[in-house]
Write a protein of this length. Structure first.
Length: 289
């Protein structure tokens, strides 16, 4: 079964903004963590030569400037919707594999949108005998109980990636509405294209939770600039499809250059003119005359 959009979003937000982890553990857990100077996305395939596939969700190599050197650690992010003992038994292997391969500390972060899953994730993983453990894995877990509700627009605008994480984490709870309202308004304070991309990421990431329905209503009933841009793009794409369909139904060949020009146009008025001309054109290039 392929991972759900909700599952993917909870760990990919740490790829979208690689400095989010350092800010989060300092803010939420009171553990000092330097903001990285560089973060690289590593291969999530942790399979060895034997035919047993093991894949993590996100694996990041975090580097930061130490007083006399560049230091680093591996951040392994696992998104967990429901408890899974099969998944849990793999985490010590992931840590050992990455520690051996990269020869640096490895941190395991488990992110959850369900409280019961967060509580399950915090249970130490003990390998060995009860009286003689040889490995104890204690995951860092962020869930609804320790990720704060971002409820004001200024707070949301000051750290939009963290607010997205807050919204995804609380997507099933009663606080989802206030977070999403603040987040929707905060997106209107940044670049339209970036806001539009994040709005789509958020909708997909909220999955089938109550938060997704709240987000859809907010996007449909409010005149945010990035929503207007999305609607404009959607209308342009739809009109381009109509032009190409009409030309095709009329048996008119469309060369690659003309197709590219039609599909890349975002001006609704120009596309409207081309649509009218497509009804009488004898060649594809006639619509541009």
């Amino acid at each position: 079964m392929s991972p759900s959009p909700e599952h993917e979003a909870l760990h990919r937000i740490f790829q979208y903004n690689p400095k989010l982890f350092a800010r989060s553990v300092s803010r939420l857990l009171g553990v000092p963590a330097r903001e990285p100077t560089d973060v690289q996305l590593l291969n999530v395939d942790l399979t060895e030569t034997r035919p047993l596939e093991r894949r993590a969700d996100s694996v990041l190599l975090v580097e930061f400037e130490a007083p006399d050197q560049v230091d680093r650690y591996i951040l392994l992010v696992e998104s967990q919707t429901d408890p899974s003992e099969q998944r849990r038994t793999r985490w010590p292997y992931y840590i050992a594999y990455l520690h051996d391969k990269h020869e640096c500390p490895v941190l395991l972060l488990v992110v959850c949108s369900k409280q019961e899953t967060a509580e399950w994730g915090r249970e130490p993983i003990v390998i060995g005998l009860d009286s003689l453990p040889c490995m104890i894995v204690t995951p860092i877990v962020l869930g609804p109980d320790n990720v704060p509700v971002v409820s004001s627009i200024p707070e949301a605008a000051s750290d939009i990636p963290f607010t997205v994480f807050s919204a995804l984490t609380h997507s099933r709870g009663s606080e989802a509405h206030v977070i999403l309202e603040a987040l929707a308004a905060a997106l209107d304070t940044i670049d339209i294209e970036a806001a539009s991309d994040l709005a789509e990421f958020i909708e997909a990431g909220l999955g089938s939770t109550p938060g997704q329905q709240i987000w859809k209503v907010l996007m449909a009933t409010n005149a945010y600039s990035y929503v207007s841009e999305q609607r404009s793009q959607g209308r342009a794409e739809g009109r381009a499809v109509d032009i190409l369909r009409i030309l095709d139904r009329r048996g008119i060949d469309v060369d690659d250059a003309s197709r590219e020009r039609i599909e890349s146009c975002t001006d609704i008025d120009v596309l409207g003119t081309w649509l009218d001309r497509s009804l009488d054109a004898t060649t594809a290039t006639d619509i541009f005359a």
